[in-house]
Design a protein around this ligand. Structure first.
Ligand code: SF4
Ligand code: SF4
Length: 422
C-alpha cells in the first residue's frame, strides 16, 4: 500500500475533530477528554489525525513542500493510533495507516529528521534501536540457565527487545518472565547475543525498507530455531511481530503472544499460583501497541462497488481496537492476592499514550515527557500507589518523567508484581 491507496479515506475526512477526543459516549471526565497528545499539546488542527490526513492529500496533490515545518508536524506524533480509534467510532475510514504512509513517503524522498539518524544508524550497524555494543545484548540472561535457541530447539522463543537488553533498570521484566515460564515447565529459549531488533519502531518512523530487512532477518532466526511461539514483554515488539510482520506476509504461522497473555493463561491453567500477598493499589496503563493497536491484522483485497467510492466488494473490515489485548494484563493483576486495581478515565481503545512512541522520545523528548506527565497526573487522580504497564518503553518514559517531576507514584511492569506474588 502507498499513500495514494488511502486517497478516498483521506477525502472522507469531514473535519469533525472527533479524532482529537475520547468519543462522547465513552467520556467519563472532562479534564481527560483529549485522546490525541499532539493536538492537546500543539492546539492547531494540522497536529491531529484529521489534520494529518488533509496534509496527506495536499502532499499527493503536490500542494505542499517537504520543508522543516512539515517534518516537524509529521514527527510530533506518537503513532499511538488513538485518533484512528476515535474516528472509527463513527466512520469507516483509515487514519493511522495514511499517517504512517506520509512518513514512509518522507523517508523515501530523503526528507528525514536529523534527530532520528542516530537510532537508524544504530539499527543498520548494530541491529538495535538503542546505541550500544551488540556483544552485550544477551547479558541480561547471565546466570538464568535458559536454552540458547541458536544451538538448541525450544517450543517457545522469548524476545527481550532492545530497551530491555541495554537498560539495567528494565531487565527485571525479562528475567522474571523466564523464571516464571521455567517454573511452569515451559520449554523456552532465547537468542541471547544473536537476538536482533524486531524493526517495529523503524516502521513507525517511516523507514519501511529498514523494517523489512530487519523482519526478514528475524524470521530466519525463528525458522532455524524451530520455535512455534514467540513471547515478548515489550508492547512495541509484540505489535511488530503480530501486525506489520503479518501485513507484509512475513509472520507465517508463528504464534505471537505478549508475556501477560501467556502468563494469564498459565495462571488460569493452574500452572502458576500467585499466593503471596502484594499489598498495593495500582492503576493499569494500556500500552498503545498492546491494546488498541495489538489486534490482529486483517488481510483484505477488493474493490469499490461500481458507482460507489466507499462500498467495497467484498465488504471491508476495519480494525477498531476491539480485539486488542486489554484483559490478560488486568487478569494477571487481579490474580495477585492483596493487590487492588483501579482504572483511569482513559482506558483500552481510548487510553492516553505514554508519550514515547513513534520516535518522539528521540526527536522531541520534551513532548514525550509532557505526554507522560499528563498520564502520571491521571494515574495520581485515581489514588493509586503505582502505575503498572506491560511495555518497557512506557515504563522507561514514566520512570524518567517521574524522576524529573518528583511524583511519588511508583512504576512497575505487570510481570514484576506477579513474580513477587509467586
Ligand atoms: S479523521 Fe475522522 S474524526 Fe478526525 S476530523 Fe477526519 S473524519 Fe473527523
Ligand atoms: S497517532 Fe496519536 S499522536 Fe498521532 S495524530 Fe493520532 S492520536 Fe495524535
Amino acid at each position: 500500500m502507498a499513500l495514494e491507496d488511502y486517497r478516498t479515506d483521506m477525502e472522507m475526512c469531514c473535519r469533525c475533530s472527533i479524532c482529537k477526543f475520547v468519543p462522547l459516549e465513552k467520556l467519563t471526565e472532562k479534564r481527560h477528554s483529549y485522546v490525541c497528545p499532539s493536538i492537546a499539546r500543539y492546539n492547531f488542527h494540522t497536529y491531529s489525525g484529521g489534520g494529518r490526513t488533509s496534509m496527506g492529500l495536499a502532499l499527493l496533490d503536490e500542494e505542499l513542500e517537504y520543508d522543516e515545518k512539515l517534518l516537524e508536524v509529521v514527527y510530533n506524533c506518537q503513532m499511538c493510533g488513538a485518533c484512528d480509534m476515535s474516528c472509527k467510532y463513527a466512520m469507516d475510514i483509515e487514519v493511522l495507516e495514511p499517517i504512517n504512509e506520509i512518513r514512509i513517503k518522507c523517508v523515501e524522498g530523503g526528507h528525514t529528521v536529523p534527530a532520528l539518524d542516530g537510532i537508524i544508524s544504530s539499527l543498520r550497524n548494530q541491529a538495535t534501536m538503542v546505541p550500544g555494543a551488540k556483544a552485550k545484548r544477551g547479558d541480561w540472561a547471565a546466570g538464568l540457565d535458559v536454552k540458547d535457541i541458536t544451538k538448541q530447539q525450544a517450543g517457545v522463543i522469548y524476545h527481550a527487545g532492545c530497551r530491555v537488553c541495554y537498560d539495567q533498570d528494565l531487565r527485571q521484566v525479562a528475567t522474571n518472565t523466564i523464571e516464571l515460564l521455567k517454573k511452569a515447565g515451559i520449554d523456552v529459549g532465547i537468542a541471547g547475543e544473536n537476538e536482533i531488533c524486531c524493526g517495529g519502531r523503524a516502521y513507525q518512523m517511516g523507514y519501511k525498507e529498514d523494517f523489512l530487512n530487519q523482519a526478514k532477518k528475524y524470521m530466519e532466526i525463528i525458522r532455524k530455531s524451530g520455535a512455534k511461539t514467540l513471547v515478548t514483554g515489550c508492547a512495541d515488539c509484540y505489535h511488530a511481530f503480530k501486525v506489520p510482520y503479518d501485513k507484509f506476509g512475513l509472520k507465517g504461522d508463528l504464534e505471537v503472544m505478549h508475556a501477560t497473555e501467556y502468563l494469564a493463561r498459565l495462571i488460569e491453567e493452574g500452572k502458576l499460583k500467585p499466593t503471596k500477598k502484594v499489598d498495593i493499589k495500582v492503576t493499569y496503563h494500556d500500552p498503545c501497541h498492546l491494546g488498541r493497536l495489538g489486534e490482529p491484522y486483517i488481510h483484505w483485497e477488493g474493490n469499490p462497488v461500481p458507482g460507489h467510492i466507499r462500498i467495497f466488494d467484498p465488504p471491508k473490515e476495519f480494525r477498531r481496537g476491539t480485539y486488542g489485548v486489554y484483559e490478560p494484563p488486568r487478569d494477571v493483576l487481579k490474580s495477585i492476592p492483596g493487590l487492588k486495581l483501579v482504572e483511569m478515565d482513559r482506558v483500552k481503545e481510548y487510553a492516553w499514550c505514554c508519550g514515547a512512541g513513534g520516535g518522539v522520545r528521540e526527536s522531541n523528548p520534551d513532548f514525550a515527557k509532557w505526554t507522560a506527565r499528563e498520564r502520571i497526573s491521571e494515574a495520581e487522580s485515581t489514588g493509586a500507589d503505582a502505575i503498572v504497564t506491560a511495555c518497557s518503553g512506557c515504563e522507561q518514559n514514566f520512570k524518567e518523567t517521574i524522576d524529573e517531576c518528583g511524583s511519588s507514584l511508583k512504576v512497575y511492569d505487570v510481570v514484576e508484581l506477579l513474580a513477587r506474588a509467586i
